[in-house]
Design a protein around this ligand. Structure first.
Ligand SMILES: [Zn+2]
Ligand SMILES: [Zn+2]
Length: 127
């Protein structure tokens, strides 16, 4: 299934083919600050099955080996890559043309969850 996505201003765009590795919510403090949101949802795609189709995003190393991609124009958080998961990239799912096209099944870093966020994400496995 081919999925397309873009940032708020549409300068940065990407396309994914094949299947995702997983779709999940992250409660961690770094993702929250990076996105300016209480919860972040990612789609993990194997490298070789996605490509930039617009302007390539800017990069920021949020800690050693951790790369955050963002649009240099509008500031949208676009993706995350880590040396720990060297074979895949994690796109921010809300940037998809149809964010409802993917269903989160995993929850990461639940211990950092803000009290205002639901403890149980229906259909998700906590890690
Ligand atoms: Zn943009
Ligand atoms: Zn996170």
């Amino acid at each position: 299934m081919t999925l397309k996505g873009h940032c708020l201003c549409r300068a940065v765009a990407f396309e994914m083919t094949g299947k995702h590795n997983w779709v999940g919510h992250c409660h961690c403090d770094s993702c929250r600050r990076n996105a300016g949101a209480a919860l972040v949802t990612f789609v993990a795609r194997p490298n070789g099955q996605w490509r930039w189709t617009g302007t390539e995003p800017a990069q920021y190393a949020s800690s050693p080996g951790q790369t955050r991609y963002f649009c240099a124009i509008c500031g949208s958080s676009v993706a995350y890559a880590s040396e720990r998961y060297a074979d895949e990239i994690h796109f921010h799912a809300v940037l998809l043309e149809d964010p409802a096209a993917v269903t989160p099944r995993h929850v990461f870093h639940s211990h950092e969850r803000l009290p205002s966020m639901p403890q149980d994400m229906p259909g998700c496995k906590h890690r």
